[in-house]
Design a binder for this molecule. Structure first.
Ligand code: SAH
Length: 276
């Protein structure tokens, strides 16, 4: 790893490859190696299976992952300029880094290398939620995810019932994963600084046996319930169940409750009754 430690500073890599941040790619680069190493360490152990990094950009987090001992990193990047800028790191990494020029939204993570698979990413904010939802659907193929989002997204991911941030994303993420907020990162840590504070979260998939095999019904129930979150459930679920009051009563839930009063487990039980 000595060769990685002696690479030119990231600012030089960025300048040499004209990798000025583009809004279109949601680019905000982290150049502080102390921060990127902190994110990399949160994803440990890195020396087994496959570490999947989405959106490496100039490669700050990628360097950190390799310096922290990642054995097999696959980095998926949409911007060809970044791929070119990463070639030097690829050479220095001596077989421990593979670059993939692709849209991560079109990639099935299970095809990228052997398990255990860990996804680590400073996500492009414009696609962070669709990417996460995609990975939640493939959670049985993943061991861990350490991801950076806008703080507001992490607020929703960890939200408890009866709070304003509790919604579809909270229920689906918490059903599939154990979700933890790790730490916040201020805008000033990025080049260019984004408008909002960022947060790093760890999402650890629960055993497949504890999760619904198909998330479709849970997505439909939460979409209906939170789509009209001020309505009573007997009203908001009327499009899904012939007799929502009967289903809710049968499950021991109040037909006049609102979406935010139901626990994750309550929504899972409701999803199980969808074919009625
Ligand atoms: N991880 C880097 C860069 C973060 S910016 C750092 O911390 O410095 C987000 C990165 O994701 C950019 O490099 C952007 O080009 C890339 N990106 C945006 N959309 C993408 C997509 N759909 N698939 C893969 N990479 C994407």
């Amino acid at each position: 790893m000595d060769r990685i430690a002696t690479l030119p500073p990231l600012r030089e890599t960025i300048a040499a490859h004209g990798l000025d941040a583009k809004k279109r790619f949601g680019q905000h680069f982290l150049l502080d190696l102390n921060l990127t190493r902190r994110i990399a360490r949160a994803a440990a152990p890195l020396d087994e299976g496959t570490v999947i990094e989405v959106g490496p950009g100039p490669g700050g987090l990628t360097r950190a992952l390799l310096l922290e001992g990642a054995a097999n990193v696959v980095a998926i990047e949409l911007d060809r300029r970044a791929i070119e800028a990463l070639r030097e790191l690829e050479a220095a990494a001596d077989g421990h880094l593979a670059l993939l020029e692709a849209d991560a939204l079109r990639i099935d993570p299970s095809t990228l290398g052997p398990a255990p698979r860990r996804i680590v990413a400073n996500l492009p904010y414009n696609v962070s939620t669709p990417l996460l939802v995609r990975w939640l659907h493939a959670a049985d193929e993943l061991t861990d995810m350490v991801l950076m989002f806008q703080k507001e997204v992490v607020d929703r991911l960890v939200a408890a019932p009866r709070s304003k941030d509790y919604g579809r994303l909270s229920v689906i993420a918490q059903h599939v994963c154990e979700v933890r907020r790790l730490f916040d990162i201020p805008p000033s840590a990025f080049v260019p600084p984004p408008k909002v504070v960022s947060s790093v979260a760890r999402l650890t998939p629960r055993p497949a046996a504890d999760c619904l095999a198909d998330l479709g019904p849970l997505e439909r129930v939460t979409a209906a319930a939170f789509g009209q979150r001020r309505k009573m459930l007997r009203g908001s679920l009327a499009g899904l169940f012939r007799d929502p009051t009967a289903v809710l009563t049968d499950l021991g839930l109040s037909p006049t409750a609102r979406a935010e009063e139901l626990s994750v487990a309550d929504f899972v039980r409701l999803a199980g009754r969808l074919d009625e």
